[in-house]
Design a protein around this ligand. Structure first.
Ligand code: ATP
Ligand code: MG
Length: 427
């Protein structure tokens, strides 16, 4: 017995049935992004390892343990992208896009992280991301939040996803705060888990993000980052909150919210659904005003977000949200007698020439006719056309209207007109 070769752990096949919902969601997200004039950008899946090391920060989950990195045949260090922002910033710099007044982008594609696979957490997963460059004011933070909120509304999820938002200030604010936080946490060091103990001296801010209940309890007494923000960051955040109120966007100011990656600053946010267990963040983002400098260029501000598609799909499925499906097949061609396949193909090509949008399925299987009709009905094909010796000889096809349960013979010369009537095709 041969052992069946399976896909790599944490990397999944996305099958046609499931992809109906994916396509529905993808189309809505693209429509919303288009309505805000964000431009699509497609980026390589592989980047040089150093770009992630430099920009993400060495003491983050991604760099410490999640990257798929390897040497190529010439010994260069390359990495399967764990996220999209850095590649996007690299592309903007490399292609001088900012000078061409192109500022708002979106991308969609797979990301790779070596994590422990579980529901909503995979090693290959898809993100829809958007990034905006060179706009400092809080209006763009508001736009990004309105845009994401509009996506949830379009998907019927606005009552199921809640926005958590915070400001993590400038790098200087965080340096001041880090000292205070370390001082405080040292008193409780013996109570911290191993991860937090390690982070205490390397990346203490990440402790605020801990999912450990005991650590969360200790943190309730910890000094808060927002007490250390400079006036500019405070004003930025307050003004953003005010504008969100005016636009009626519900949000929760989560003072413990920090983001996993080092490059964030000022506004950070996450859209969550608390019924999804610990994989509850559907979309995460924020400002990154120092990322460009990390990559050796002028200071250019940035803001972006990424939606985890698998988690969004899981939520839509969990909530049983209705979505319209598109018909798989319009015309189902049933061949009677194997030697008539040529005529079936010829007729379907003729139909496609005239009506390029119609979906025509030729059943090449050996199944008997009743099985073929059953299949046509199961996939909700509205019309079946039979092609057998008789039909070919008489140049007259049997057409079954599976919607109105009628059948009639139509001359080959009339069939294209009849199809037009049936599908009410307006050209
Ligand atoms: P988490 O805390 O859940 O690990 P993260 O902070 O690492 O998330 P980001 O880097 O902000 O995640 O990525 C943005 C979004 O991408 C997440 O909110 C989530 O929806 C999705 N995402 C991240 N990692 C995974 C994964 N391994 N599998 C599926 N989706 C993921
Ligand atoms: Mg993570």
């Amino acid at each position: 017995m041969y052992k069946i070769i399976k896909s790599i752990r944490g990397m999944h096949d996305y099958l046609p049935e499931e992809l109906k919902l994916w396509n529905y969601i993808e189309n809505i997200i693209k429509e919303v992004l288009n309505s805000y004039c964000y431009l699509e950008i497609r980026l390589p899946i592989l980047e040089k390892t150093e770009i992630f090391q430099r920009a993400i920060g060495n003491v983050t989950d991604i760099i410490e343990k999640e990257m798929y990195s390897f040497e190529d045949r010439k010994g260069s260090n390359i990495t399967l992208r764990p996220e999209g922002t850095i590649g996007c910033v690299r592309a903007i710099i490399q292609n001088n896009l900012l000078y061409k007044k192109k500022q708002k982008f979106w991308y969609f594609g797979p990301m790779f992280r070596y994590e422990r696979p579980q529901k909503g957490r995979y090693r290959q997963f898809y993100q829809f991301g958007a990034e905006v460059f060179g706009i400092d004011g809080e209006d763009i933070d508001l736009e990004i939040i309105l845009l994401t909120y509009r996506i949830w509304k379009r998907l019927g999820l606005e009552n199921n996803i809640i926005l958590e938002i915070n400001s993590i200030g400038s790098q200087l604010d965080r340096i001041k705060y880090k000292k205070k936080l370390i001082f405080f946490l040292k008193k409780y060091e013996y109570l911290l888990d191993e991860d937090c103990k390690r982070r205490l001296y390397t990346n203490p801010l990440r402790i605020l993000d801990s999912k450990n209940k005991d650590v969360q309890e200790i943190l309730t007494k910890a000094p808060l980052l927002n007490e250390y923000l400079d006036t500019a960051s405070q004003n930025h955040f307050q003004s953003l909150c005010k504008m969100m109120d005016i636009h009626g966007i519900p949000y929760r100011h989560n003072k413990y919210l920090v983001r996993g990656l080092d490059y964030y600053s000022s506004t950070v946010f996450e859209w969550k659904n608390f019924e999804l267990g610990s994989q509850n963040t559907i979309c995460a983002g924020g400002r990154y005003d120092s990322l460009f400098e990390e990559l050796n260029t002028n200071k250019i501000s940035g803001i972006g977000f990424a939606i985890g598609m698998e988690r969004l799909v899981l939520l839509m499925q969990k909530l049983n949200i209705f979505f319209p499906t598109v018909r798989e097949v319009d015309i189902y061609i049933i061949i009677i007698g194997n030697h008539n396949t040529f005529h079936a193909t010829a007729l379907s090509e003729e139909i496609r020439n005239l009506y390029p949008k119609l979906k025509i399925f030729i059943d090449f299987s050996d199944d008997n006719i009743s099985k073929k009709i059953k299949h046509a009905a199961n996939i909700l094909a509205p019309i079946a056309i039979f092609i057998g010796d008789n039909e070919i000889k008489k140049k007259c096809f049997l057409v079954k209207d599976l919607v109105h349960k009628k059948q009639y013979y139509i001359l080959k010369s009339d069939i294209l007109i009849k199809i037009n009537h049936f599908f009410k095709i307006i050209k």
